[in-house]
Design a protein around this ligand. Structure first.
Ligand code: DX5
Ligand code: ZN
Length: 227
């Protein structure tokens, strides 16, 4: 996985939950690069989605990159179970664990790319001691828990700061939340290269009508590349 290109990772939080496998297949056929799975436990965030068994079941239907975003605490409780799902990337929140370094080691030692996620109130400098332990930084551009929220534009400064901290390391810079055609170019210009989008990709389409997914991804990619 080269981390210089622009990558779109639809969040299935905005997909039809009664047809998740079909939705993953449809959005991959529509030209996405990764598939983003938002795991929520109703404790770290005020919402509940799905657990490791659903992620394992979806693994069989995701042929691109399965990008698992753990919004669960304490992270250690279920981390091993998510590692066994054969995800390509597992991202943990620095706010959800007392042992972020140990959690990242566990993910990395399992041969999975390790990501760290920062909520909007967590400073960029938090990742300084982790730079040699991560393959991805996920900057939350909404308060985690729900799709369809507005992009928090003051996170653009944090994107620039993190791009600076990353330097020439091979680390993906992912933004997650409220990404649409009005702000994806700004985020790209600030230094992001992986874009999680739920509403702006899934809106108006369905696995029966995936052309809308394709159009939405094309529009977003155009804006990101034009930045
Ligand atoms: C929020 C999730 C995001 C969100 C993105 O906690 O991490 O991935 O679902 O959805 P939109 O693009 O609708 O903000
Ligand atoms: Zn997410």
């Amino acid at each position: 996985m080269s981390n210089s290109e622009i990558i779109f990772a639809p969040s299935i939080l905005s997909a039809d939950f009664s047809n998740l496998a079909l939705e993953c297949q449809a959005v991959e056929a529509a030209g996405c690069d990764w598939v983003h799975l938002d795991v929520m436990d109703g404790h770290f965030v005020p919402n509940l989605t799905f657990g490791p068994d659903v992620v394992s079941a979806l693994r069989k239907h995701i042929t691109t990159v399965m990008d698992v975003h753990l919004m669960i605490s304490p992270t250690a409780l279920l981390l091993e179970k998510f590692i066994s799902t054969q995800a390509d990337v597992i991202t943990v929140h620095v706010e959800a664990t007392s042992h972020i370094y140990k959690d990242l080691q566990l993910i990395r030692n399992s041969g999975i790319k390790a990501g760290v996620a920062l909520n909007p109130g967590t400073p960029a400098t938090t990742i300084a001691p982790l730079l040699d332990m991560i393959d991805l930084v996920c900057i939350m551009t909404v308060n985690p828990g729900f799709g369809g929220q507005r992009f928090i534009s003051n996170q653009l400064q944090k994107i620039r700061e993190i791009r600076e901290l990353i330097g020439n390391r091979s680390i993906y810079l992912e933004v997650d939340g409220g990404i649409d055609t009005s702000n994806v170019g700004l985020a790209a210009k600030a230094g992001a290269n992986v874009f999680v989008a739920g509403t702006s990709i899934f809106k108006g389409g369905s696995f029966k009508n995936p052309d809308i997914y394709r159009d939405n991804i094309v529009d977003l990619r155009k804006q990101a590349l034009g930045a």
